[in-house]
Design a protein around this ligand. Structure first.
Ligand code: ATP
Ligand code: LTN
Length: 328
């Protein structure tokens, strides 16, 4: 049994890359571990947010996690801003983090590019709040996609620096990356990861796409000049990505799928793939809508999560306040 923790931003669109990379791995983990999943609204406001849209997106994210099978009795499911210890520890950790470390973060470099002087301090400081998120719960395992590894490593460095100075205050967390599905690629460009900030929505299958949209996106997904269906990520990345998606939604192995399409072309393969995605997506969409109909219930679930999280977070904070010498 380990203490596992991850978080996602409430950013409106969730695509199948987010689902298989970040949400689904938690379903198994919640059976045998102390699991924490939260919605990082304070990370989301590091870029401008419309208040009405933010509120809607927090509720939508909660509904999707529940629809996916996150059980609030097994996983502590909450909203980051409801546990003020996150920002409190974030401030303290700021005093143990170097400018140079944050300047090296690739996400900051990407997101601040071209903005000149008008980049917010929040965007720069984002990884320190994330370190606080992780260290508050004595987290041992942090499952994330590849893009977040550098941030988890920073959390480790800050924790070690703090412990070297004061003794064993923080648990040093480990990062865990999913083996298959950690990086679904864009449907329009298999060399780039599937991403909601891609130029075209044709790049991803959103969890809100209609069956017709899914059919259209799969029909126009790039393949390659050969017409056989084989799994060869190195030489045939486009078809390998479609096979990975087929395998994830149908729970069949890529070998089984490849066998079924021996001697057949892309046409029937794509028709069946779109149908398999829609069969998988339909119950998730129905359940999401069902949860969204009862916003009070969503708020109650988040309240319950915040309550449990706050108790744990406060224990750590008492230890930290005592350690740094502000308890009189
Ligand atoms: P953006 O386009 O703004 O970078 P995103 O679509 O990449 O967004 P994030 O909100 O940054 O998604 O990531 C949420 C979680 O989903 C993270 O844990 C991330 O690693 C995972 N994730 C994102 N894209 C993929 C992908 N293509 N395949 C697998 N996992 C992914
Ligand atoms: N930065 C992450 C979200 C995030 C997170 C965390 C993930 C915030 N705090 C703590 C794991 C642990 C992202 O953008 N996906």
């Amino acid at each position: 049994m380990s203490r596992v923790l991850t978080a996602l931003q409430p950013s409106g669109v969730l695509h199948i890359g987010n689902y298989f990379g970040a949400i689904e791995p938690l379903l198994d983990l919640q059976e045998h571990n102390e699991n924490h999943l939260f919605i990082v609204d304070y990370h989301a406001i590091t870029v401008p947010q419309d208040p009405a849209a933010l509120r809607k997106n927090i509720l939508y994210a909660t509904a999707v996690y529940l629809a996916a099978g996150i059980d609030p009795n097994k996983t502590i499911l909450f909203q980051q801003s409801r546990v003020p210890q996150h920002t409190e520890l974030g401030w303290i950790l700021n005093c143990f983090t170097y400018m140079g470390e944050l300047e090296r973060m690739t996400q900051f470099k990407d997101k601040s590019r071209g903005k000149g002087e008008s980049v917010s301090i929040g965007l720069f400081d984002y990884p320190v709040l994330m370190a606080a998120d992780i260290l508050l719960y004595d987290t041992q395992v942090v499952p994330v996609g590849e893009d977040q590894v550098q941030h988890v490593e920073l959390a480790r460095d800050i924790a070690k620096r703090f412990n070297n100075r004061f003794g064993e205050v923080f648990t040093i967390p480990e990062v865990r990356i999913r083996q298959s599905g950690a990086r679904l690629m864009g449907l329009d460009d298999p060399t780039k990861k599937m991403s909601k900030s891609a130029e075209s929505p044709r790049s991803y299958i959103s969890l809100q796409d209609s069956p017709e949209e899914v059919e259209k996106k799969i029909k126009t997904a790039v393949t390659d000049s050969e017409s056989t269906i084989v799994y060869d990520p190195e030489h045939r990345p486009a078809i390998a990505n479609l096979l990975t998606i087929y395998s994830l939604v149908s729970k069949k192995t890529t070998e089984e799928i490849v066998m079924n399409y021996e001697g057949k072309g892309y046409g029937p393969f794509k028709t069946d793939l779109a149908a398999a995605i829609n069969t998988w997506l339909q119950p998730i969409q129905e359940k999401t809508l069902m949860y969204l109909k009862d916003e009070d219930q969503l708020r109650r679930i988040l309240d319950m999560g915040a309550q449990k999280a706050k108790e744990k977070a406060e224990k750590t904070m008492q230890r930290v306040r005592q350690t740094i010498g502000i308890i009189l």
